[in-house]
Ligand binder design. Structure first.
Ligand SMILES: NC(=O)c1ccc[n+]([C@@H]2O[C@H](COP(=O)([O-])OP(=O)(O)OC[C@H]3O[C@@H](n4cnc5c(N)ncnc54)[C@H](OP(=O)(O)O)[C@@H]3O)[C@@H](O)[C@H]2O)c1
Length: 243
């Protein structure tokens, strides 16, 4: 049995953004290592496909269509998770979106949707799982930021701000819940070849990006370390040097 499998057997993970891209890969990886996985995103069909793939491989999955920008929907998601599986050990916040453009000439309203999903919803999801994890005196929260929070990429100011916000939020939350047995990690990927890039013209060369499976391996490591160890922030970059 692998260390990851030993750590995740009997554990319950909730993954937002699990319908495609990074969240999908992490959900499948966690399920493959033995966790029961709750899949959240808005597109029912994609969630159903991921759930089916997990079950075909012998894993356990529950698809819960959820818009993470709706606070009551997030509360219901956590309630349903606990009702179904009796506990909640891992939260991965991979729901996110990206739009780019120079600040000069931008309309503030253009930023609202991205701020709501990438930043506020991460905060809300963290808050929603805390009572369960604190009660268990055990849990790992893994928020997905981006290297855009660390590097200065023209056109990415609003996106970078959401991701820097996630890093700062996670750093403070980590200190608040450390004594409660709850770990808070941030995974900071460079460019990853996902559907997120489909709508972005003139993006980087996708063949040189990370693969979602690479990110999933890092995520599994972060959430399966023994309780006495914490990989708090991990930057994962394409070895070829882009982003
Ligand atoms: N791709 C990259 O290069 C890269 C690099 C670093 C960090 N990241 C970050 O990684 C995360 C995942 O990105 P990705 O590349 O995997 O994107 P993706 O392939 O577009 O997947 C995004 C996922 O988030 C879900 N989502 C979006 N809005 C949502 C909402 N309001 N409620 C619930 N779910 C929502 C989407 O499902 P629905 O639309 O069906 O809801 C989808 O499942 C994002 O935070 C992104 O910023 C990506």
């Amino acid at each position: 049995m692998t260390d990851a499998r030993q750590a995740l057997e009997g554990q319950v993970a909730l993954v937002t953004g699990a319908g495609r891209g990074i969240g999908r890969a992490i959900a499948i990886a966690l399920a493959t290592e033995g966790a029961a996985v709750v899949l959240a995103a808005r597109t029912r069909q994609q969630l159903a496909e991921v759930a089916a793939e997990i079950r075909e491989r012998g894993g356990r999955a529950l698809a819960v269509p959820t818009d993470v920008t709706q606070d009551t929907a997030v509360e219901a998601l956590v309630e349903q998770t606990v009702a179904e599986f009796g506990r909640l050990d891992v939260l991965v916040t991979a729901a996110g979106t990206a739009s780019f453009g120079p600040v000069a000439g931008a309309k503030p309203a253009d930023w609202d949707a991205m701020l709501a999903v990438n930043f506020r919803a991460v905060m809300v999801c963290c808050c929603a799982v805390l009572p369960v994890m604190v009660h268990q005196h055990r849990g790992t929260i893994l928020n997905i930021a981006s290297v855009a929070a660390q590097r200065f990429i023209p056109g990415a100011a609003a996106y970078a701000a959401t991701k820097a916000g996630v890093v700062a939020w996670s750093r403070v939350l980590r200190e608040e819940v450390r004594a409660e047995g709850v770990r808070v990690g941030v995974l900071v990927p460079g460019a990853v070849d996902t559907p997120l890039w489909d709508a972005i013209p003139q993006g980087p060369d996708r063949s040189r990006m990370l693969r979602t499976e690479d990110v999933a391996r890092a995520a599994v490591l972060m959430v399966t370390l023994p309780p006495g160890a914490a990989l708090e922030e991990l930057t994962l970059l394409p070895a070829g040097g882009i982003l």
